[in-house]
Design a protein around this ligand. Sequence first.
Ligand SMILES: Cc1cc2nc3c(=O)[nH]c(=O)nc-3n(C[C@H](O)[C@H](O)[C@H](O)COP(=O)(O)OP(=O)(O)OC[C@H]3O[C@@H](n4cnc5c(N)ncnc54)[C@H](O)[C@@H]3O)c2cc1C
Length: 407
Amino acid sequence: MEQDRNHERSGHVDVAIIGGGLVGASLACALQPLIEHQGLRVAVIEAQPIPSANVCQYQPSFDARASAIAYGSRRHFERLGLWAQLAEAASAIRHIHVSQRGRLGTTRLHADELQVEALGYVVPNAWMGQVLHRHLATLPIDWHCPARVASLVPSASGYRLELDSGENVNAALTVLADGGRSGLKEQLGIESDHHAYDQTALIANVEMSRDHQGWAFERFTTEGPMALLPLDGRRMELVWTHESHALDDVLTLPDGAFLERLQQAFGDRAGRFRRVGKRHTYPLSLVTARETVRPHLAILGNAAHALHPVAGQGFNLALRGVMDLVDAVTRARAEGRGAGEAATLDAFEARRGADYREIVRFSDGLIRLFGIDHELMAHARGAGLMGLNAVGPLRRALGRRAMGIER
Ligand SMILES: Cc1cc2nc3c(=O)[nH]c(=O)nc-3n(C[C@H](O)[C@H](O)[C@H](O)COP(=O)(O)OP(=O)(O)OC[C@H]3O[C@@H](n4cnc5c(N)ncnc54)[C@H](O)[C@@H]3O)c2cc1C
């Protein structure tokens, strides 16, 4: 990474962010007003080298992975001044179709019914990363990359972060946004609850025989859910969940046979599957940290909650956490309190808790509900989907919740 991003290397900062992934980078961008107008000192430590931030032009790629970004997250990115750039590669979700395989009962949500331009957007992950990192490069932060935080040592005024580069960073508030796999949480004695779904998500971009016209599809099967998200032109992103033991059968199929199997599983509602790109796999589990704040410490993103991607909520939930943490730090400074004080972090936790628990329950509940392979349950689900489709206010309430604009 460019040396000119290391504007300040004092070793003492107000906020140290461990991890410059989607969540850590969003947090650093969201702290901009405090950095520029109140002299907040921020360090970001990222273990992986980040591609040059000088190139920031959208390069469409057939295989680029993408995420569903809720309408509420668009508003947050607007507040950060980053939406216009993100929108260059965003595809709008204007309609959502939810169904279950082999059963009656569907429900549909439409953006115009909710009086919004889109229910959400699909944005390539690499593009989100580029936009965030390019913005970070304009901020006077202490940027350590590539550098890994090897250990966290508590002190009276915060934590000392020991980096594998030999440097130390002392921070009043340390934010763990490391994705949850670095072992740092465990080092601090913070336990997590793990639930393995025995499911693996297969992700690939597919090309359809016709334009998707802004439709996204969610289809539940007893093996797990499948989703198709609109990308540009006739391309869509496929998220196809399999019981892990059955994955190899599908993963190793030649493209033609894969497309046939997909067509059988998904049906014709989105048209014919014509082409498939590189297939990626992700074993799925629900991991939730038992603590998300301690004095001088906050945990965000996958480090706090790794969810099943069924409802596309992980990053959206994390971004709401980012905005709430920035609000809590801003209020604390206005009231003369430090960023890492217990009162600051308790206020953040109190605001976060309900949203966090509700989204975890919602994503996990969907998997359990649609995973029950029983005749009566299948009828009940079908009736539920039909009922939802018929009752406008209920459907609209669900839509607003999915869009992340109602808590
Ligand atoms: C298949 C799949 C599909 C998904 N789709 C959606 C979707 O459509 N919408 C949605 O909202 N969410 C979705 N999600 C969830 C979303 O991808 C995650 O919520 C998000 O990536 C979490 O980002 P993060 O920054 O917390 O973690 P990560 O992306 O894992 O970033 C962590 C960063 O920390 C760095 N790091 C790790 N350890 C250290 C260390 N010791 N020192 C320094 N740096 C360190 C890593 O290098 C990395 O860059 C999906 C997830 C999956 C698995």
